[in-house]
Design a binder for this molecule. Structure first.
Ligand code: PBG
Length: 324
């Protein structure tokens, strides 16, 4: 039955009616807070291109993790800024590394919080690429071994989930194998399965000090034009043992979040990346948009598209907002 009998505005009349008929609810439980961990004590070094985000020493990261948990955020995702970089990123599997320290401190001091670690070499290599080089290209199979070392060391430090973001072929299988062989079959893998070579990562590379020193990441990260290939990447990662898959970035790829939701019956995360954060913050600081409403609208849109989990630099702030 159409107009005038049907009037969709009837259920939009009051906030109570809108609440009753709301289809998508954003909850603190959907969110994951990324943290950048750096060497030192009592350090909070602001990241210029991401106002409100800072590199934190382990003690400060523990406090940030506590705040996330108190706001109802179930998990943090840790990135490390090492003391020294080298050609193969060897500090990334050091037992004394900042991420390893942060993981064990957070697991010890902050109960009831899941700790996820980003597994990638770009923050740890002097050339800034996500693996070991052969000439000017990243050597896929050599890199798999290095990533497996890193993932194992994170898991040994107490990480609940490891999250490979390098985009090498076969890394999920290589990591699953090393974890299982070392009695860590209970540790989950959240794979950055459909990760695109994106200009939206610009601010992150300042935050993580991980910009490539030559070339770009297009020989391993995906071409932004490819949706079918993204579905193949997800399918292969699931076959290799991924427990959760990620589409990244989120906003220019909502169609792929939707497609992945329709196609696969697995937990799906979307990464609301640094450039997306920076654009909203910049417009908000300038007074050009209502930042709170814009953030809620965007995160709700990502959830409506089909993401079960959203990794966002807004996580703790939004969780506080939602429980107000
Ligand atoms: C590491 C990594 C990157 C991001 C997450 N893990 C950067 C990159 O691939 O260049 C981007 C996160 C963001 O932009 O918020 N490889």
């Amino acid at each position: 039955m159409a107009f005038p009998v049907t009037r969709l505005r009837r259920l939009r009349r009051t906030e109570e009616l809108r609440r009753m008929t709301r289809e998508t609810w954003l909850s603190p439980a959907d969110l994951i807070q990324p943290l950048f961990v750096c060497p030192g004590r009592d350090v909070a070094r602001a990241v210029a291109s991401m106002p409100g985000v800072a590199q934190l020493s382990v003690d400060r990261a523990v406090r940030a993790a506590e705040q996330a948990r108190e706001a109802g955020v179930p998990a943090v995702l840790l990135f490390g800024i090492p003391q020294h970089k080298d050609a193969i990123g060897s500090e990334s599997w050091s037992e004394q590394g900042v991420v390893q320290q942060a993981v064990s401190e957070i697991k010890e001091r902050v109960g009831g919080l899941t700790v996820i670690t980003d597994v990638c070499l770009c923050e740890y290599t002097e050339h800034g690429h996500c693996g070991a080089l052969a000439g000017h290209d990243v050597d896929n199979d050599v890199t798999l071994e290095l990533l497996a070392h890193q993932a194992l060391s994170h898991a040994r430090a107490g990480a609940d989930i490891v999250a490979p973001s390098d985009m090498m072929d076969g890394r999920v299988g290589a990591i699953r194998k090393v974890l299982d062989e070392n009695g860590l079959s209970q540790i989950a893998i959240m794979a950055y399965s459909a990760k695109f070579a994106s200009a939206f990562y610009g601010p992150f590379r300042e935050a993580a000090e991980s910009a490539p020193q030559f070339g770009d990441r297009r020989s391993y990260q995906m071409d932004p034009a490819n949706g079918d290939e993204a579905m193949r990447e997800i399918e292969l990662d699931l076959q290799e043992g991924a427990d959760i898959v990620i589409v990244k970035p989120a906003l220019a790829y909502l169609d792929l979040i939707y497609r992945a939701r329709q196609k696969f019956n697995c937990p799906l995360a979307a990464y609301n990346v640094s450039g997306e954060y920076a654009m909203i913050r910049a417009a908000g600081i300038n007074g050009w948009v209502d930042e709170e409403r814009l953030t809620l609208e965007i995160l709700t849109g990502i959830k409506r598209a089909g993401a079960n989990l959203i990794i966002s630099y807004f996580a703790t702030d939004v969780a506080q907002l939602l429980s107000r």
